[in-house]
Design a binder for this molecule. Structure first.
Ligand code: PL3
Ligand code: FE2
Ligand code: FE2
Length: 244
């Protein structure tokens, strides 16, 4: 039986100090402008993560209780990040954030309607969670003290979510393998495009794009390894998506 296990063993290196640079001026207009979009992305991402775990509970009826717990955590994250924006006097640009998530949102919805659990889990519990873990990890050293405390709490939960997805997929590896390869091919380029889109605003927050990519790839590769893919298969998956 599947339970919510302890955090994955994935330990990600600290971002290098040179690229994260000095602590930014949280009160500057440039910082607030970039934060209005980044904060919105995170709020929208947490809201969608909540919804996606609720949907997954529909597909995996025997897991509904655990998935509802994960969904509740996401709502807490959403509220925490909303408070971070308010604390800096920033209004989140939710219209921008909804557009930002649209491609992954639509692909999740299509997979959900087709009952494709492996695809839904790859999108939410692996790709989005790995993206969130890398982003939060890079953000923590350059965040304001209020946001730092919140983000540190959140990132621990995100490991549980990634772990949930990888355990289910590991247990269903043989029957999910082809579907995962296909879902990776479609969705990995979308995540790369999202990273590209956020990079400029992230740099205003003193978050380095290369660090983000590096952390994301480490978390993603560790998850795929845990699920059961070997090095050659992962190289093929990277080549099929050929994005980084
Ligand atoms: C799932 O639990 C959460 C999904 C959220 C996706 C986050 C994307 C992060 C984009 C770059 C952000 C920098 C972090 C800043 C935090 C205010
Ligand atoms: Fe979350
Ligand atoms: Fe999560």
């Amino acid at each position: 039986m599947q339970t919510i296990a302890s955090p994955s063993s994935a330990v990600i290196d600290a971002p290098n100090e040179e690229s994260s640079g000095l602590i930014p001026d949280f009160t500057s207009d440039a910082y607030k402008d970039a934060y209005s979009r980044i904060n919105a992305i995170v709020i929208e991402g947490e809201q969608e993560a909540h919804d996606n775990y609720i949907y997954l509970g529909e597909l995996l009826a025997d897991q509904k209780e655990d998935l509802t717990k994960l969904a509740r955590m996401e709502l807490r994250h959403m509220k925490g990040f909303t408070a971070c924006g308010k604390n800096l006097g920033v209004e989140a640009d939710m219209t921008f954030a909804k557009e930002f998530f649209k491609p992954l949102h639509e692909n999740f919805q299509t997979a959900f309607k087709e009952g494709k659990v492996a695809t839904c889990l790859l999108i939410q519990a692996i790709l989005i969670e790995a993206f969130a873990i890398s982003a939060y990890h890079i953000y923590i050293p350059v965040s304001d003290p209020f946001a730092k405390k919140i983000t540190q709490g959140v990132v621990q939960d995100e490991y549980l979510h990634l772990n949930y997805g990888q355990e289910w997929l590991k247990a269903h590896y043989e029957e999910s393998k082809e579907e995962l390869i296909q879902a990776n091919k479609v969705n990995l380029p979308i995540v790369k495009a999202m990273l590209d889109e956020v990079a400029e605003d992230a740099s205003v927050l003193h978050m380095d794009k290369e660090d983000l990519i590096e952390d994301f790839l480490i978390a993603y590769q560790e998850a795929l390894t845990h699920i059961g893919f070997n090095t050659r298969e992962m190289a093929r998956m990277a080549a099929a998506a050929l994005v980084f």
